[in-house]
Design a protein around this ligand. Structure first.
Ligand code: GYE
Length: 341
């Protein structure tokens, strides 16, 4: 899939150049009428000294990954003297993010960065922004490529390879347990690409191991409190569990609190596996409470703005920009700790 997208880049850029100019409105969407110009392909981005950059971030209840991601975008806009048009939102609700996207379109920002709450609900908003001649860059989480078409509806998608993260977590666990484990899985937000792909990558590896079973797999919405509540219930329901795989660090923090309250020793009675690479999780590795953390780098600001400016210059911009993730356990956690967020 990725290769196909790369081959399409020059084509899509050429297509954008041909189609970017307003083509009149043949839409039934009344908002488009108000906006005037309609773009049928990738809108161009003018080279300017400064930009009004819309940022449609996922709302999360104080998640350390999300906070680091937001800070990186704000800092980078500041450094470059760009205005970041950013409403942080109030709840974990894709419909609310759809409304925030609509507000950015109506504000006629120059460009939009969106981290979509989930793959399907936000995809039409990306198409609407493109039709309103606002180039969109997807960061962090994917949108459904059948609705929002890469290289037509958005310029580029910058993110980690979440399936690979799930595979890395599973491979570490297989080696550590010599292929014997009873696992509880705490999934991320339903329909979000990290939730879907971290499960897929992990499950496909574990399925090949006769001695490993996934006893339960439920969503904790990437949320610490939900990770806590799920742990209390699922550990009681599955007394043979000896591993908890949490799709992010925030949920893993909830796991550790819950286990300790239940009189279990994380790292001894139950091995905890997580993804993200926050400072607190890294410290938990050093304390023996977490076995492994697969990295997911949240600091997108520099690469996001560099990619946007490359597009404005007319450079070929890849449809997919991959972050490279590392893996931390007791062997290298101390070395990583100073740079953890
Ligand atoms: O792992 C998690 C956050 O989308 C990759 O979202 C991101 C995930 C991250 O809630 O902590």
């Amino acid at each position: 899939m990725k290769r196909v997208f790369e081959i399409l880049v020059p084509y899509s850029v050429a297509l954008a150049a041909l189609l970017a100019v307003g083509c009149g409105s043949n839409s039934e969407d009344p908002n488009e009428e108000q906006q005037g110009q309609v773009c049928e392909g990738l809108p161009p981005l003018a080279e300017k000294d400064t930009y009004r950059v819309g940022f449609a971030q996922v709302w999360e209840d104080d998640g350390p990954w999300r906070n680091a991601n937001t800070a990186s975008m704000i800092d980078e806009a500041d450094k470059r003297g760009f205005e970041l048009v950013f409403d942080p939102g109030t709840k974990s609700d894709p419909a609310e993010q759809v409304a925030r996207m609509q507000a950015l379109i109506q504000a006629k920002v120059d460009v939009i960065f969106i981290a979509p709450h989930d793959e399907t609900v936000l995809a039409p908003s990306v198409v609407r922004a493109r039709r309103a001649c606002i180039p969109v860059f997807i960061i962090d989480r994917a949108v459904d490529p059948n609705v929002a078409i890469p290289g037509v509806d958005y310029v580029s998608y910058l993110a980690s390879d979440f399936r690979k993260e799930g595979q890395m977590a599973a491979d570490w666990l297989i080696e550590k347990t010599q292929g014997k484990a009873n696992i509880i899985q705490l999934e991320g937000t339903v329909g979000s690409s990290p939730g879907v792909q971290r499960k897929r990558g992990f499950d496909e590896r574990i399925a090949k191991e006769d001695g490993m079973t996934i006893l339960a797999s439920e969503t904790g919405d990437f949320d610490e409190d939900k990770g806590y509540a799920l742990t209390k219930r699922l550990v009681a329901e599955h007394p043979t569990a000896d591993v908890i795989y949490a799709h992010n660090d925030a949920m893993a923090f909830g796991v550790i609190t819950a286990l300790e309250e239940m009189g279990k020793v994380p790292g001894e009675d139950i091995l905890v596996v997580s993804i993200d690479g926050t400072k607190k999780a890294t410290q938990y590795i050093l304390d023996g409470k977490i076995g492994v953390v697969v990295e997911c780098n949240p600091k997108f600001g520099p690469i996001a703005f560099d990619t946007m400016l490359a597009y404005a210059r007319g450079d070929d911009v890849p449809l997919r920009v991959d972050n490279v993730d590392r893996i931390f356990d007791i062997e290298n956690a101390a070395e990583y700790l100073p740079e953890a967020y």
